[in-house]
Design a protein around this ligand. Structure first.
Ligand SMILES: NC(=O)c1ccc[n+]([C@@H]2O[C@H](COP(=O)([O-])OP(=O)(O)OC[C@H]3O[C@@H](n4cnc5c(N)ncnc54)[C@H](OP(=O)(O)O)[C@@H]3O)[C@@H](O)[C@H]2O)c1
Length: 312
């Protein structure tokens, strides 16, 4: 079956990777914020009615966790109302809605990886809007897949990897939080995982959406802290040759000055939004239903540096 896919957020971290991979499944109509503004319900409706997709992949979202604390209304329109409308339109034309959600739905009081069946209890506005978005999609009753992921990074966009590389050119010492546990996940792996799931559902026709829809956790394997993640980033970065475009852009071509990375508790790094102390997700449902297991976070990070040395 050749799919017709509508992709939102084509310039985001995950969206940009999907824009490269989804054409392997069919025809893709991809939109950025200017072409399809989620704040405008008419845009959403019109795009879906024009394209008449079999699959809508919503990679657009309000993702600024701290800013959401003071922009709740806007975050809700983008993260709740727009996905709900997509679900309604998907139901009307019999399309599948693929949507992304977050580990920040959980309050972090667990010390075991969260399963899809665990009770969410978000502790910040961003997490609350993402949970309400999931609930709104489910309430509409359209066929859907919601992939909850975490700590997304890549070589473009706003993310921890690029922030650490920039700070490492500006400061001799970096202080990084050591008491929040989670799993950094490369945007490419999430887009690839999404594509593999869709291929199983449609191309190979081995699975039925009614049986395999719903929520799936999709993160790298393993867990770490922001502190450990920063240390490994700097180790990898110290081996990078000059002249790799994304790395030169991230460091503005300057040498890395950081000599020391110091572990600090979250309470010494106050932010407008609270973050869970533990938000590791169990990916066993994804493995069980689709045989899919994303590589360990440290391997993914190494692959980002290695791939970008090859591809620039
Ligand atoms: N980033 C993370 O650490 C993380 C963790 C867990 C889950 N997730 C989830 O994963 C999904 C993708 O995240 P990401 O990291 O790829 O985010 P991202 O890089 O911030 O991309 C989000 C995209 O949405 C677009 N967007 C924002 N407001 C919009 C609007 N009103 N209309 C249309 N597009 C709009 C943004 O456009 P501009 O580029 O113009 O701003 C951006 O291209 C989201 O559902 C997010 O909640 C992310």
């Amino acid at each position: 079956m050749k799919l017709r896919i509508l992709l939102t957020g084509k310039k985001g971290q995950i969206g940009a990777k999907l824009a490269v991979l989804l054409p392997g499944l069919g025809e893709v109509a991809a939109f950025d914020r200017h072409e399809l503004d989620l704040l405008n319900p008419d845009h959403v409706r019109r795009a879906i009615r024009d394209v008449q997709p079999n699959v809508i992949v919503n990679a657009a979202a309000y993702t600024s966790v701290d800013q959401a604390e003071r922009e709740e209304k806007q975050a809700r329109i983008i993260n709740v109302d727009a996905p709900a409308l997509m679900a309604e339109e998907a139901k009307r034309i019999g399309a599948l809605l693929v949507h992304y959600s977050t580990d920040y739905l959980f309050d972090g009081s667990s010390s075991l990886p969260y399963a899809e069946s665990d009770q969410p209890n978000p502790i910040n506005v961003y997490g609350k809007t993402k949970l309400a978005g999931e609930e709104a999609i489910r309430a509409v009753g359209a066929p859907h897949l919601i992939f909850r992921t975490a700590w997304v990074y890549g070589t473009t966009g706003r993310n921890f990897l690029l922030t650490i590389l920039r700070l490492a050119t500006e400061r001799e010492e970096l202080k990084v939080v050591h008491d929040q546990f989670g799993t950094p996940t490369w945007s490419h792996e999430i887009a690839n995982g999404t594509t593999l799931v869709l291929r199983q559902l449609y191309e190979q026709g081995r699975k039925t959406i009614s049986k395999f829809g719903g929520i799936y956790h999709m993160t790298a394997a393993g867990k770490t802290t922001w502190f450990e993640f920063a240390k490994v980033i700097l180790e990898e970065a110290s081996r990078m040759p000059r002249g790799i475009p994304w790395f030169e852009a991230a460091t503005k071509g300057r040498p890395l000055d950081t000599r020391r990375v110091t572990a600090i508790p979250a309470e010494e790094y106050p932010t407008p939004a609270r973050r869970p102390a533990y938000s590791v997700l169990s990916n066993s449902r994804l493995k069980q239903d689709f045989g899919l297991e994303l590589p360990a976070w440290s391997l993914q990070l190494r692959a980002v540096f290695a791939e970008c040395q090859i591809n620039g």
